[in-house]
Every structure is written in structure tokens, then in C-alpha cells.
Design a protein. Structure first.
Length: 51
């Protein structure tokens, strides 16, 4: 289960980096959802690492 979550986090981070390099506006709902998930995952990763 954690492996699947880790893969989803890596996918979302990669997708967010791709979105930032290619386009910053006119995002679809799917791209907005992936971006939100990526930011939440990143914040939780940082908080978990620092605690």
C-alpha cells in the first residue's frame, strides 16, 4: 500500500514539474487535482521528514 502511495506521489510531483515547465494557466480539472495532490504530498513529506 505504501509503495502505491509513493508511486502516486512521484507521479504527481513529476506531473507538476511538467505542468510548470509547459503551461501555467488553462489547466484541466484533472491537472488541477494532480497539482493539489502534489502540493499536499510535498507538504506532508516535509513535515514528516522534519518531525
Amino acid at each position: 500500500m505504501l509503495e502505491i502511495l509513493g508511486l502516486a506521489m512521484l507521479y504527481s510531483w513529476g506531473h507538476l514539474v511538467y505542468l510548470n515547465w509547459t503551461k501555467l494557466k488553462d489547466l484541466t480539472n484533472y491537472e488541477k487535482g494532480v497539482a493539489v495532490f502534489a502540493w499536499v504530498a510535498f507538504v506532508l513529506f516535509v513535515i514528516g521528514t522534519l518531525s
